[in-house]
Structures are given as structure tokens and as C-alpha cells.
Design a protein around this ligand. Sequence first.
Ligand code: FES
Length: 225
Amino acid sequence: MADRHKEGIKSKYTVDRQMPGAFEGETVNRRRFMTAVTHSAGGIAAMAFTLPALGFAIGPIFSREPWSWQTIGTPADFSDDTYATKVITIVQGIGEAGNSIAYVRTRNPAIDTEPEDQYNHWVALSSRCMHLGCPVRYVPAAERFICPCHGGVYDFRGLVAGGPPVRPLDRFFTRLSNGYVQIGPRYSVNDQLHRFSPRDPAQPLNGVGQYLYPARFDTNALPKG
Ligand code: FES
């Protein structure tokens, strides 16, 4: 072995490489082995702490809101000059705690200038304030939605008219099925009422806002069927 070392052949044995603390037949000395074990254990411990936290932080980005079409009435139940209040289920499987209010009216082409398609013949607004999520209330006399928490005000179309909300009220897809009006998944809108995947309150969607906040991956694709 000593000859091989003299000849410049790199040996795998620690003795040949004249490493301190080397024993005959070892390819890794104990000090180096223990160092590697310690580093590995440290890495595993660090991952045990950071991975759950990371998953908790970015998990909502990938979450999908389960939804189904819910029947809320017939076309005759709705008019284009005021809102009907409908109780809908937004979180399934948790009973009444998963219910919410949607304000629904017939589309009025005179004021609803966003492009018409098969999913917005009825305008269905979420009652969740886009400041911090308090429930808003529609006041017919004022044709406004009022938030009791911090004075947020939305106009008849759900656009912000005053106060701290950062974007218009969210909306729901609607459709006509077998003579009944049905309400589908929620989506968010910016000030031009362009559709975006559902966002949380306090996440603006105008300008760079749409890039600063993570979209959930159920995106704003139109529902099928
Ligand atoms: S939660 Fe509605 S204005 Fe603050």
C-alpha cells in the first residue's frame, strides 16, 4: 500500500492517504463519518421544522374550492332593478357554518356593460366585504351595499364607492338549467369587472395587484356543463 502511495496512485484507504486517526481497512475515518452523520441529522431536523411551515404558507395557493351548481329559483324570482337575497352553501360538509348570502338580480344591459356570456345572465354578488371579509348588507333605498365594520360602501353593481375595500365585491357564475337559475363557483373581479380566480379579501386586482397576490389554481376558467 505504501508503494502505491509513493507511486502517486490515490488509494481509497485512509491509511494509504495518511489521514490522522486512520485504521487499516477503513475508507472513511471515524471523525469524518461522525461529522457527516451530524450534518445529515441537522439537515433532517431543519427540514422537519421548515417543510410543514412552508406547506402551511404556500398550501392555500394550490387549494381548490369544491363547488357545485345550486338552484336558487326561477327567472321570475329576480328583477333587474333590485337584489334578491339567497342563502347558498360556500363550504360543503360543515352545515350552516358553510352557508353565506348571495345578492342576485337579473342582468341589465343598460348598466351591466361587461361582456355577456352564458354565465352572467344573472348578476350574483358575494356578501363578503373585500376589505377584511365582514358581511355587507344591501340597502335598497340607497342602492348601495354597506359594510358595518369599517364603513365600506359599494354601488349597485358591487363596485367600490367609498371606504377601505380594495376591489369590487366578488361574484358567482350563474346559469339557467331546466328552467331554474343556478349559482356556481365564486370569482373575483377588478374595477373593470374582468374575471379573476377567487382571491381573498384585502387583495387588490388592479394594476400590479393581480401579480402580487397568488391566484388559486382553480383559476378563472369558465365552469363546464
Ligand atoms: S371589513 Fe368591510 S369595510 Fe372593513
